[in-house]
Design a protein around this ligand. Sequence first.
Ligand code: BTN
Length: 315
Amino acid sequence: MKEKILQLLRSSDLTVSGESLSGSLGISRVSIWKHIRTLQSMGYTIDAGPKGYRLMDTPDIPYPWEIPRRSGLIHHFEEIGSTMAKARELARNGCPHMTVVVAERQINGRGRLNRTWQSEAGGLYFTVVLRPDISPILSARVNLRSATVLVKTLRRLYAVDAGLKWPNDILVGDKKLCGMLLELEAEGDSVSFINVGIGINLNNDPARDVPTAVSICSLLGNRVSKTAFLCAFLDALELAMKKPLDESVISAWKAYTVTLNRPVQVVTLKETFTGQAVDIDETGALILQTPQGISMKVTYGDCFHTPKTLPNLPA
Ligand code: BTN
């Protein structure tokens, strides 16, 4: 009903009477008034006067009805533990491909390698449930493809010089703009779901607590629409997931990476690897050339870009 009321208010620049809303929707004027009060409490600015109601402003909140073609797939929360946990629950209960859990804030936002992900209001935090018909071996390509779609969407919408740090962080300069977390469940040789969790610093100010982070708002000097970004990304991801997960995934990722041809350190839960990042293989593993001239592959870990040349040290 909220969606229908908004539709009618949006179809007119003028005040719409309670009587006409009530007639069009087949509910009483008191019910209309109650729905209007609810919408106001959800952030919609609706002027209510003797002549009726007028929509003055819409909040930048990705409520399901604000993403019309996908409304049945969007689960919006003002606050949640982690969108990953909710998405896993939905996926295990059989929710469809492209189901999205999105939250304004997370209390237990999760990062890679058991870290926490700071999730204060203003950022965009969501998890998309994907159900590709693939073997788990190809899941790394879903990771790379999702990251490539994300970096391209950021560049297209905001004209920022965003690049991919292996495997799926998005940096602007040396500052982190987005993080991505993947969770997979498989049955035998077939993927049941891959949940792609994304945290993007859009209108928040992460640099206050994490000096190595940056937000779109601080880069552009103005706030941007979370809802518009989410719509654009979901459309691009859905389209990309229809294409075969062939070698083009690797070349597309490479076109946007800032990790290759530079010295790096990769830290896993057990070890640290140092070397020149020379390539990724067909599974997305990072190929390092060690200082001893040995070529090695790293399949996961936290990648740090280390200085290309030694700084000038005092004599
Ligand atoms: C990382 O860079 O360490 C990955 C961060 C992923 C954060 C996102 S925010 C939405 C989703 N829910 C979570 O709890 N984590 C991911």
